[in-house]
Design a protein around this ligand. Structure first.
Ligand code: TYC
Length: 122
């Protein structure tokens, strides 16, 4: 089973220009409005602890899919091991979903029960 927290995208931003104003003459004034464009919702990829996946496998997965050096990957793995879960990276929704798929696929192929989810960042 795949776990992915999603949120449907919000409506596109309003038009950037106010309607033209006709002042009686030939001229047309295009008034520029303040844009209200919000940055996209970001998603954190959270890896969960279990009792069976080897630590070395988790370190290699974090290095491979989250572009961490061995030192950082080991620290993240140990945090997950001790706290029950840990953030491996923060990405746009599609990239986060791809990372989850890659991790779950690698774990499944290796026969490990490693679980990974993505969730919106507050
Ligand atoms: N708890 C596992 C063990 O002791 C190691 C582990 C760490 C597993 C992180 C999963 O996401 C994980 N072998």
């Amino acid at each position: 089973m795949k776990f992915m927290a999603t949120k449907s995208p919000s409506k596109p931003a309003a038009p950037k220009l106010a309607p033209p104003e006709h002042g009686g003459g030939d001229s047309v004034v295009l008034e520029r409005l303040t844009q209200k464009v919000k940055p996209p919702q970001m998603y954190q990829v959270v890896m969960l602890n279990d009792d069976y996946t080897p630590m070395e496998f988790v370190v290699l997965v974090i290095q491979e899919f989250f572009n961490k050096d061995r030192e950082s990957a080991t620290q993240i793995m140990l945090k997950i091991h001790l706290d029950g879960k840990g953030v491996c990276g923060v990405y746009s929704r599609d990239v986060a979903a791809t990372k989850v798929d890659q991790v779950m696929d690698a774990a499944h192929k290796a026969g490990h029960p490693l679980q990974c989810v993505s969730e919106p960042v507050e």
